[in-house]
Design a protein around this ligand. Structure first.
Ligand code: AL7
Ligand code: ZN
Length: 259
């Protein structure tokens, strides 16, 4: 698959050259305008059941860090909310900025957060993650904003292993991590039909963006920015600004499960 990045030469404005769906009708992220979101009382509460023993490893894939989960049973699942059926957690990762003033992919009334966490789940009506990847109801991603405040001790568990995955392609085991500890107290959410925010930009994601952020300290954000886009031995490039900006809403409705 064609290599892409977040630079001027190969970044979001150029992705349409090799991934024409970049100009599609349900692209992500978007700017969320709370006053225009429709309260939908038929939305069920989100049901998140994660088994920490299913966390496997953490990888620097050259675009972000990714914590991958064993997904060969229904022990780590998402149900309820806007989705029907059962979706299994495959991986989580983040997007962040070069400073504390930018970094999130979704924005709220134009406000950018310094970081956004994505928990990627796939629909078990399909045989596996790769089958689900390009189906219109294939994926459900929970987006969580990170806001500058007190240091987040649960997040620190992830940051503490970044030394082992500084360069692209490096990975290390990451057992017994419960991503439920990375969620805010309230599971109030906005939801809309969108896409992967990275190539191949498949329009296969039901987005579930939590309204309340979790905290991260400025010092912790500096640790994210010590990761590298580049492989060991190459001229080091700081892994930051690995976010796609908001895309045209193109008539889509954003629903809320709260007033
Ligand atoms: C590089 N893209 C990320 C990794 N993925 C991936 C892995 C294998 C194959 C593939 O396409 C062929 C995609 S993914 O589907 O888990 C997701 S979801 C997602 S986001 N920002 O929309 O939540 C980014 C990525
Ligand atoms: Zn993402």
């Amino acid at each position: 698959s064609h290599s892409w990045d977040y630079s001027t030469q190969g970044g979001p404005d150029k992705w349409a050259e090799h991934f024409p769906i970049a100009n599609g009708a349900r692209q992500s992220p978007i700017n969320i305008i709370p006053s225009q979101a429709q309260f939908d009382s038929s939305l069920k509460p989100l049901k998140i059941q994660y088994d920490p023993s299913r966390s496997k490893d953490i990888l620097n894939n050259g675009h972000t860090f990714q914590v991958t989960f064993l997904d060969d049973n229904d022990s780590t699942i998402l149900t309820g909310g806007p989705i029907t059926g059962t979706y299994r957690l495959k991986q989580f990762h983040c997007h962040w900025g070069g400073s504390d003033n930018n970094g999130s992919e979704h924005t709220v009334d134009g406000v950018k957060y310094p970081c956004e966490l994505h928990l990627v789940h796939w629909n078990t009506k399909y045989a596996n993650f790769n089958e689900a990847l390009n189906k219109s109801d294939g994926l459900a991603v929970i987006g969580v904003f990170l806001k500058i405040g007190s240091a987040n001790p649960r997040l620190q568990k992830v940051l503490d292993v970044f030394g082992a995955i500084k360069a692209k392609g490096q990975q290390t085991t990451f057992p017994n991590f419960d991503p439920k500890n990375l969620l805010p107290a309230s599971l109030n959410f906005w939801t809309y039909e969108g896409s992967l925010t990275t190539p191949p930009l498949y329009e296969s994601v039901t987005w579930i963006v939590l309204k309340d952020p979790i905290s991260v300290s400025s010092t912790q954000m500096q640790q994210f920015r010590k990761l590298l886009f580049t492989s060991a031995g190459e001229t080091p490039l700081c892994m930051c600004n690995n976010y796609r900006p908001p895309q045209p809403i193109k008539g889509r409705k954003v629903r809320a499960n709260f007033k």
